[in-house]
Design a protein around this ligand. Structure first.
Ligand code: ZN
Length: 325
């Protein structure tokens, strides 16, 4: 938030400026550019299964935050959408795409977790069609506003008009029957405190959300790595066909599960060993990563972010406070 007064976000600044002469100034300098448009290119993976691949990048004003995969499934009951993208505008384009691909209205929209690149398109869908777990909904309630500020700052005008919207349907553990698809919600944890994966019991498609990253380094700011490892083992035990990760290419098999597990083990081991050797945060951040990670997008970026919070957790757990008894 460099350059803005304390407590002032870009969004609040623009709201405060609305209708004033300063708003014309903002407009004249291009901060209120003409509406932007995403290029949503659906890739068909199987009969009635498409996904829109997110950019293997960090959120920026170039990609408008469209970095996560979104999914459209056809069913007798209507289109099924998984995750809604980073903004109202993305959600609107995805809703249109889902109707065009299936020639049906939207029956269900699943939200896999509370991260902003997966749920800020919720606003474009009818609230009763939006479904997730209590944990995901609680996460959006508590963090949605802060995520909105962060997204307006990172993605700029792409976010215009976007507000956090809670799913109106709470999922239990029972599968939902759409006629020719039976979608089982899998309530899991690890990438965040509440992660929803979805398994189509008819076709074997497993939609993993951000529990699985492929060829893109996993993000860990809200992760519990021990739990995430257990969840990956559980996902690996599901006999599935196509696996659609939250980020990275969809493909049959379990390469994404194995790679996500390998990444988590690699960074956790490296950070703990550095801590035990007495390296400080800067020295730990500067360590080289193993050669296999060179083909993983954003490896260094995500490793450095992971050091920042995992190192702090190690300090808190390993070093007792000396100022209290
Ligand atoms: Zn995520």
């Amino acid at each position: 938030m460099q350059g803005l007064p304390p407590g002032m976000t870009r969004r609040r600044l623009l709201a405060a400026l609305a209708g004033t002469a300063a708003a014309q100034y903002v407009s004249a300098f291009g901060l209120e550019a003409s509406p932007l448009s995403y290029t949503l290119k659906p890739q068909q993976l199987a009969k009635g299964v498409w996904y829109v691949a997110g950019a293997q990048e960090a959120i920026s004003r170039d990609n408008g935050g469209a970095i996560a995969n979104t999914v459209v499934l056809d069913s007798k009951a209507g289109a099924i959408v998984v995750d809604t993208g980073p903004s109202l505008r993305y959600g609107q384009q995805l809703a249109t795409l889902a109707r065009d691909l299936t020639n049906k209205d939207i029956a269900r929209v699943y939200v896999t977790h509370f991260h902003p690149d997966h749920m800020f398109g919720n606003q474009a869908f009818r609230p009763d069609t939006l479904a997730s777990s209590t944990g995901v909904i609680d996460g959006i309630k508590s963090m949605g506003s802060a995520f909105a500020d962060a997204m307006y700052y990172a993605a700029g005008d792409w976010m215009r008009g976007t507000e956090p919207v809670m799913p109106g349907t709470i999922l239990g553990t029972e599968p939902e029957d759409f006629g020719d698809r039976i979608i089982r919600p899998l309530h899991m944890t690890g990438h965040t405190a509440a992660d929803l994966a979805l398994f189509d019991e008819v076709s074997g498609v497993l939609i993993a959300g951000d529990l699985v990253f492929l060829d893109r380094a996993p993000t860990t700011p809200h992760a519990d790595i021990a739990r995430w490892r257990n969840t990956l083992a559980a996902l690996g035990g599901i006999s599935h066909g196509l696996l659609i990760p939250g980020h990275g290419p969809a493909e049959p098999g379990a390469r994404g599960i194995a790679q996500t597990r390998q990444w988590l083990e690699t960074i956790e081991t490296q950070i703990i060993e550095a801590f035990d050797k007495g390296l400080d945060v800067a020295e730990t951040t500067a360590l080289a990563l193993p050669a296999w990670t060179e083909k993983i997008a954003l490896a260094r970026y995500e490793y450095e972010r992971s050091v920042m919070h995992l190192y702090a957790k190690l300090e808190a757990s390993r070093w007792p406070r000396v100022d209290v008894r």
